[in-house]
Design a binder for this molecule. Structure first.
Ligand code: GSH
Length: 203
């Protein structure tokens, strides 16, 4: 999602890819930067920042971008609210689905994990009943964060047509800068999961 933010903010930032499937997050060099061995990690001058949504907020504030409105407290708070929702719900639903397969050798996705994804998509769809984007009528950081989460799920073969507002929003977001680049990572995850599972990734 930080890649989406960087591209949509038009920032010239050096991006160093860390291949977590090869364990590159555990090298002494990377651990010095982030002892939690997690990506993304931002290094700006003498400052290091972790947590993708916090990185997006930091970069958008520096850029003084309308993607994260500075002067309208309520608009900004709504963006924050959606970002926290994404961190505490989308991330958790995706993690509960994928992590047991990647880390614990699970060969079948639990019904609860599949249901968790459906509940998430349905809730996201409900957020879009009264506005074109997740925090109002304009694109914001909230959309970019949720786009990364929904893009990950979409690569699993989920048909978003069951969630018409979300489907329409996703179609509009596909042309955003960085979408294709971000999607490459989602495709890699979907391929890994498909190889490890003894059943279709999505059914
Ligand atoms: N809440 C964190 C989660 C970061 C996270 O879990 N990153 C994963 C990739 S999605 C990672 O780096 N995993 C490697 C590891 O934990 O060793 C964020 O949003 O930045």
């Amino acid at each position: 999602m930080c890649l989406l933010a960087i591209r949509n903010l038009g920032l010239d930032i050096e991006i160093r890819n860390i291949d977590i499937y090869k364990g590159e997050q555990n090298t002494p060099e990377f651990l010095k930067i982030n002892p939690l061995h997690q990506v993304p990690t931002l290094v700006h001058e003498d400052f290091t920042l972790t947590e993708s949504r916090a990185i997006m907020m930091y970069l958008a504030t520096i850029a003084d971008s309308p993607l994260y409105p500075r002067n309208d407290l309520k608009k900004r708070a709504l963006v924050d609210s959606r970002l926290f929702y994404d961190a505490t719900n989308s991330f958790v639903a995706v993690k509960d689905f994928a992590r047991p397969v990647l880390r614990s050798g699970v060969k079948k996705i639990s019904p609860a994990a599949r249901e968790g994804i459906k509940v998430l998509l349905s809730t996201l769809d409900s957020f879009l009943q009264s506005s074109a984007y997740f925090a109002g009528e304009e694109l914001t950081l909230a959309d970019l964060a949720i786009l990364a989460s929904v893009g990950t799920i979409k690569c699993w073969g989920v048909n978003l047509k069951e969630f018409p507002k979300l489907n329409d929003w996703f179609d509009r977001c596909k042309s955003l800068p960085g979408f294709a680049e971000n999607n490459e990572g989602s495709q890699i995850l979907a391929e890994k999961l498909t190889k490890l599972l003894e059943e279709p990734l999505w059914k």
